[in-house]
Design a binder for this molecule. Sequence first.
Ligand SMILES: *Cc1c(COP(=O)(O)O)cnc(C)c1O
Length: 413
Amino acid sequence: MITLENNTYRIQNVSPAELIQQFGTPLYVYDGNKIESQIKQMREAFGGVDVKLKYACKALTNINILKLMLKNGVDIDVVSIEEIQLAIRAGFAPNQIQYTPSGAAFSEIEEALALGIRLNIDSLFLLEKFGEKYGNSRPIAIRLNPSIMAGGNLKISTGHADSKFGIPIEFIEKVIKLVKKYDLKVVGLHQHNGSDFKDGTVIVNAMQKSFEVAEAYFPDLEFIDMGSGFKVAYHADDHITEIDKLGQEVVKSFEAFRTRYGKNIQLWFEPGKYLVSECGTLLVTATVVKHNPNRNFVHVDSGLNHLIRPMMYDAYHEILNISNPVGKEKEKYDIVGYICETDTFGKDRDLPKVNEGDILAIKNAGAYSFSMSSNYNSRIKPAEVLIYNKEVKLIRKRETFDDILRNQVEIDF
Ligand SMILES: *Cc1c(COP(=O)(O)O)cnc(C)c1O
């Protein structure tokens, strides 16, 4: 979390300029204590019910972030065998790892189950295949698609009728048939309806659908998993998920359900963005400032290869001029990358005058930032630094040219 104090920017007690001197740019910087305060806030919001947090690690998969989650008693939600391997390496026990694949090959699922991982089933096809091979030997959860629209935009909405995710709730009778046929042990119902939902009532309504299915068909559940979608602020007056208000509504309706259900049951959430978005800052250097007839451009030494959210989801990321924090002279700039594509980080941004060599900070670069980075244009990936309890630790080295060639096999012509 980057803050302005006495006219200088700081991440905790550390000046970004010092970080740059030591590690260079572009540089990802994470504030570990901000992650902990988000965890705390979420737990407090749902206080009163037995809530379990499963960090959706695809948001930010550095192993040290996983370890920090483990240290804080947060379990983990994974979507691939590689994330399972990372979670195990970080120290999670198999029963703390919830695996929610979307159309992964059955061989991968077999591999995960052999490791003792808990599976969330997201198609009738997989339910049948799982049933044939494993029967009631492993507890499972079912991912339902409740046919509702939730999420900041269509690309990040996953619970509507046209989405590839989950088993349509209309097919519940087919699910039950397979459950009976193979005597399956269903212990959880899962939904994840999309990221950045605007309105907390969406989740309360979606939860009712899981309650109805639970009460009608599954008397022996251990948990209801409501996925995630909690939104954080991307700019000062941004709409966010009011977690306390939402928490109270969720707690109320969950308590009522639990009474009707007549059994102790846990409520799970799988936050990704909520836990790690705001902790991250991407520090970049202004390489070229162009004053064209219609627009001023600031090029920086990064691009969609390091942070693709603005280009892929039209996401707004606040941008600061760290080198000139309080300059009176402001100009309007488009902040753009160095990739040979249109890779605009921010349009029409009023910033204190930017000169070549200035350091800019791109905020909210914790979630879906490094984890979606690539080597496009044969550019290397940045280093990652964690600041935790005021100590600075390098947690990923900057790549080198060798990494670009690493798996290429040169042949003779
Ligand atoms: C991506 C994902 C999440 C996390 O979503 P956020 O909006 O980042 O909180 C949770 N659950 C599942 C199954 C996911 O695929």
